[in-house]
Design a binder for this molecule. Structure first.
Ligand code: ARG
Length: 653
């Protein structure tokens, strides 16, 4: 589809329309845009769009119209097309073809594209644009720099990305896959642009559920049923669930027994259940008070739980090739000491108000107020997130705060973001306002279309999913290579390919949508998959090896004159030139799936080029070197893109 290119030209500061899909953006940046003279010389789409925009201004005296330029729907008719004449005709009450004629007459494409004529207009008023044959090589020369068209920003921004978000005493499951993988890819995108990305793992390590399991673990250890030093996450997870169950009073059951008069035995059983659960809960509340008061014994058990959970979490993150570390982890507990002061601040400044004994912040446009203190004096998830925003802006210097969290927490973030702005916690030292965005992701579904679970309804642990993907990748490799590869090669490749498969499958679907988890699809070497992309890159590697083995000076190819002649060369070149624009789109929309789609298109275009245009076996030296250079540039762009997505690479497949 064709889209506006406005707002994507500036390589430095990324602007976002306020109506983005699946996310909330409550404040626009106050920083000025870079002037348009920074239009990158290599991006033909931007240059064509600028030329058409100027033509519209000259022909109709309409400044800054949307030129609606995009890649041609059908490459037979040109390389790009502009659909501007249709809405323009409507607006001016004119026949769109007349409008197109006026645009065509006023467009100056210089030496970039063939001059526009009446013959460039098709159908109701589409304008087809064809680049000049020798323009592409010049554009590629301009792209072929160390930064591949993404120069460092004049003023790097600090972006805080909320990733991972595990909870103590619980196994990581498929939901954490998304937060980790997408969040890390978003952070990597900002890093690729030269911005400063700070990851924050907002660990759920505080509150009553944590106190419940802490008490349980402590009791088990005291009874000699558990060795604290050998505590593992599976045991912890089990104790966590038991504690939850034991604290859950079956009041409904008791009510039913009374209502249907099910007899004294049932009544006694239910009374006992409710009473014991209430006792358990009261005891857990006492443990929470001790935890908050830094009781050394309780705190020691809590620390043990924290270590056990975090060791597994960080190991999984490392295996996933996501840059989530201990330093990047700031649990809810780290804000506990700030909450009373924060709430008092909001109360005294009149930001918060009382409602039925609780304290709330009302946010314009949202019916449900943001609850920050319960009637019993306890603080909430939202209170902690407010403290986190304050710290991220004031102490970490965040100018843009991105939350890669499940879409089902949408209301929570709208409330918290609104409250933070109202409280002035997003005020920047330069007088601007930090931007808050929820990069919401959809749910991972099983084949049955319901949230992905095991047959018995348990969450599937992330580690077991990764193991399965790696095992399947291994079988797929063995099928392909037969006995040709060494055992070690198979194992290392299998790990990388399995991880790439699972990550890519997650990144590739539109972020805010649900998707069905399918091992079969993701580990396939064909189609839009991680393994296919790794394979495309490895294929270029082997092509270069082959060339070098034939005595071709592959180093000389790096600066060889480019000859873009065949259709397949042209398609590949146009896609390469589009890459920086796609990356800017990702940074703007926080949607890594756009880069996935682009890299896939690129890999397919390369494969067509490779099939149709002999490289090593080209007819003459000039062609051979030009094609090698094109292949080398493709490899660099692919490598750069795959690394930005955080996929592990494989050199030989
Ligand atoms: N621990 C939370 C959960 O499992 C996710 C944390 C998301 N981040 C945040 N700043 N609230 O739902």
């Amino acid at each position: 589809p064709l889209g506006s290119d406005r707002g994507t030209r500036d390589p430095v500061r990324i602007h976002t329309p306020s109506s983005g899909h699946g996310r909330t953006r409550l404040a626009m940046s106050t920083q000025p845009r870079e002037p348009t003279s920074h239009v990158p010389a290599f991006d033909p789409e931007t240059r064509v769009a600028d030329a058409i925009r100027d033509a519209i201004a000259r022909a109709f005296e309409i400044e800054n119209a949307d030129p609606i330029v995009g890649p041609a729907r059908n490459p037979k008719f040109g390389d790009f097309q502009s659909n501007a004449a249709m809405p323009l005709g409507k607006r001016l009450g004119k026949n769109p073809r007349e409008g197109a004629t006026a645009i065509v007459e006023h467009t100056d494409l210089g030496d970039l594209a063939e001059p526009l004529t009446e013959a460039s207009i098709a159908g109701p008023g589409f304008i087809n644009i064809t680049l000049k044959p020798d323009a592409l090589s010049g554009l590629l020369d301009a792209l072929d720099t160390p930064d591949l068209g993404l120069p460092a920003p004049s003023a790097p921004e600090t972006v805080v990305v909320d990733v991972c978000g595990v909870n103590l005493a619980k196994q990581m499951h498929v939901g954490h896959l998304r937060s980790n993988v997408i969040g890390d890819a978003i952070a990597r995108t900002f890093e690729r642009f030269g911005h400063n990305a700070i990851r924050q793992n907002h660990v759920g390590d505080w509150g009553l559920p944590i106190a419940m399991v802490t008490r349980k673990v402590k009791l088990e250890a005291e009874a000699g049923r558990l060795d604290l030093d050998a505590l593992d996450l599976a045991t912890l997870n089990r104790l966590y669930k038991n504690a939850q169950l034991e604290c859950a009073a079956d009041r409904r059951g008791r009510a039913a027994v009374r209502k249907f008069d099910l007899g004294p035995k049932a009544a006694a059983e239910l009374e006992e259940q409710v009473a014991s659960a209430e006792d358990e809960l009261a005891a857990a509340k006492q443990t929470l008070v001790k935890l908050q008061g830094h009781d050394p014994e309780v705190e020691a058990v809590w620390r043990r739980i924290e270590r056990t959970t975090m060791e597994v979490c960080l190991a999984v993150c490392a295996r996933l090739n996501t840059r989530v570390t201990d330093e990047a982890s700031a649990g809810e507990s780290s804000y506990a000491g700030e909450l009373a002061g924060l709430v008092e601040d909001l109360e005294t400044r009149g930001i918060a108000e009382e409602s039925d004994g609780a304290l709330v912040v009302r946010v314009e446009g949202i019916k449900e107020p943001c609850l920050i203190r319960k009637g019993d004096g306890g603080f909430l998830y939202a209170t902690t997130d407010l403290a986190a925003i304050r710290r991220r802006v004031e102490q970490l210097g965040g100018e843009r705060l991105v939350y890669c969290v499940d879409a089902r927490q949408g209301l929570h973030f709208r409330q918290v973001f609104g409250a933070a702005h109202k409280a002035g916690y997003t005020a920047l030292p330069n007088g601007g306002t930090a931007t808050l965005e929820h990069a919401a992701f959809g749910t991972v579904l099983g084949e049955d279309g319901k949230p992905f679970k095991t047959r018995s309804g348990e969450n599937v642990t992330l580690d077991s999913l990764l193991d399965e993907a790696v095992n399947r990748a291994e079988s797929a490799i063995r099928e392909r290579v037969g006995d040709g590869a060494t055992e070690r090669d198979v194992r290392t490749n299998a790990e990388a390919i399995g991880i790439a498969a699972i990550k890519y499958a997650d990144l590739q679907t539109e972020r805010s949508k649900d998707y069905v988890f399918s091992f079969d699809r993701m580990v396939s070497f064909e189609g839009n998959t991680g393994p296919y992309l790794l394979y495309a890159r490895a294929r270029i590697n082997s092509m270069f090896e082959k060339a070098a083995a034939r005595g071709i000076d592959v180093g000389a190819a790096e600066s060889a004159p480019l000859q873009i002649e065949a259709d397949e060369e042209k398609s590949l070149a146009l896609l390469l030139l589009r890459t920086p624009r796609v990356s800017r789109g990702v940074a703007e929309s926080l949607e890594p799936h756009r880069l996935c789609a682009h890299l896939y298109d690129l890999a397919v275009a390369f494969s067509r080029f490779y099939d149709k245009c002999p490289v090593v076996g080209a007819d003459d030296d000039a062609t051979r070197l030009s094609r090698l250079r094109l292949a080398g540039l493709t490899r660099r762009v692919l490598t750069d893109g795959l690394e930005t997505l955080g996929l592990p690479l494989v050199e030989r497949m």
